[in-house]
Design a protein around this ligand. Structure first.
Ligand code: UD1
Length: 423
């Protein structure tokens, strides 16, 4: 299995281009199931999760045409779901990538049947899909849970008023897709407001759907009979952009992050500023200058527009070497502090109390062999390696490859001493 080796102590300089958003691309690729016409997407990042989604879709009978771009990973893709022959997503695929569960809504609303494995727990928490299923049942689906699969069928979904107990990103996406082809109007209350929701609604509307309010608490979808093809470029990955910004702040570097959407990063940018990191925003470019030690700040993860849980681990690294004591409260996932133990092995002073981490800034971290059990935890260890003394060897990096496109190349282009060791 591949490893990443980082030798710490280099200041990052130069620029880095942000890739397409993984979390926007996944539901959008899956939304191609809603029409028989070709759907063309640009800016698709070259990530293991994207390849898993393509495997899932081609297994259902979707035709996938790749136009590999020499500069931007898988780049352009055309998907056409005119010969869908299977209504099933297997346990193997869903356990590899939970977003596979999103095929449930589109399959059910277009074909009237779907059999999708339920994902089970994952490293960061229980992550149930009860809200996806409850919403679909309220739209008229009959759902049985049999042998680890959710088996759903309907003659035709109908509109419904649905309240989500928590503003789940995945449930909002699944229900928006299902409601687009339902009879009548659906209202999703307490919907998730993430930029990826707005992006999916934009794509569905380009396909002819009638969706209003995406990005607010209430999303209304007036169902129609048929959707058509679309051409769309995916928004930049806000989490990747934020990760590079933390890398610059940590190494007291000076970098420009290009092709970003600063408006998607408000809470994060405010927190970085509060920590004393120099930021200049001009259009889609963000210059990050880390002058000296960052100041400790408290952070609470929240649904968008709050501070994103997907940037919590990265900020914990910055707080580990900042001036003072900070408290990070994780409110989205119940077990998302696994990086804390690994960071402690590198010399960080972190105390965990339930969903809170109290972090006392230390002078320096020291390199060590480490590993992580989820995507954002893995990248936080790469970041820690950039400022640690000596060598940090990160194993189990398949997690990293799920969500970061050529991360070692992007960081070494800015001066980091980082390499992948094939194993
Ligand atoms: C998405 C993102 C992930 C991010 C997360 C929160 C993708 C592919 N992944 O995951 O990177 O960390 O949003 O911003 O976009 N919940 C329930 N019942 C449900 C569904 C969710 O209780 O039916 C709970 C979850 O356990 C969790 C919370 O709701 O505590 C938020 O989860 P959700 O927004 O659904 O996350 P995902 O869509 O899985």
């Amino acid at each position: 299995m591949d490893k990443i080796l980082v030798k710490g102590g280099r200041r990052l300089e130069g620029e880095v281009a942000v890739g397409g958003s993984k979390n926007a691309a996944l539901p959008i690729l899956i939304s191609s199931l809603l029409t028989a016409e070709p759907c063309r997407y640009q800016g698709i990042p070259d990530l293991v999760d994207i390849h898993t989604a393509l495997k899932l879709l081609s297994g259902l009978g979707v035709r996938v045409e790749k136009e590999r771009s020499p500069f931007r990973g898988v780049g352009e893709l055309t998907l056409q779901a005119d010969r869908v022959s299977k209504m099933e997503a297997s346990y193997d695929l869903v356990k590899t990538m939970r977003a596979s569960f999103l095929v449930m809504g589109p399959l059910l609303s277009r074909f009237g049947a779907a059999r999708v494995s339920t994902p089970g727990g994952c490293a960061i928490g229980a992550r149930p899909v009860n809200l996806h299923l409850k919403g679909l049942a309220e739209m008229g689906a009959g759902i049985d849970l049999v042998h680890g699969y959710a088996e759903a069928r309907t003659r035709k979904l109908h509109g419904a008023k649905i309240y989500l107990d928590v503003p789940s990103v995945g449930a909002t996406e699944n229900l928006m897709m299902a409601a687009s082809l339902a009879d009548g109007t659906t209202a999703i209350e307490n919907a998730a407001k993430e930029p990826e929701i707005e992006e999916l609604a934009l794509v569905l509307n380009k396909m002819g759907a009638r969706i209003e309010g995406a990005g607010s608490d209430i999303v209304k979808i007036e169902g129609i009979d048929e959707l058509h093809g679309v051409s769309h470029r995916i928004i930049p990955d806000r989490i990747e952009a934020g990760t590079f910004m933390v890398a610059a702040a940590l190494t007291r570097g000076d970098i420009v992050v290009r092709g970003a959407r600063p408006d998607h990063l408000d809470a994060f940018l405010l927190k970085l500023r509060e920590a004393g990191v120099g930021l200049t925003v001009a259009g889609d470019e963000i210059r990050v200058k880390g002058d000296g030690k960052a100041k400790s700040v408290d952070i609470t993860t929240l649904p968008y527009p709050g501070f994103p849980t997907d940037l919590q681990a990265q900020m914990m690294v910055l707080m580990s070497v900042s001036d003072g004591v900070s408290m990070i409260t994780e409110t989205i996932f119940e077990n998302r502090f696994m990086h804390a133990q690994e960071l402690s092995r590198m010399g960080a002073d972190i105390r965990l109390e339930g969903n809170r981490a109290i972090i006392k800034g230390v002078e320096s971290l020291s390199g060590a062999p480490v590993m992580a059990t989820d995507l954002r935890a893995s990248v936080s260890l790469v970041l820690a390696g950039l400022v640690a003394t000596g060598r940090t060897e990160i194993s189990r990096i398949y997690h990293l490859d799920r969500g970061y496109e050529h991360i070692e190349k992007k960081l070494s282009n800015m001066g980091a001493d980082i390499q992948r060791i094939k194993g």
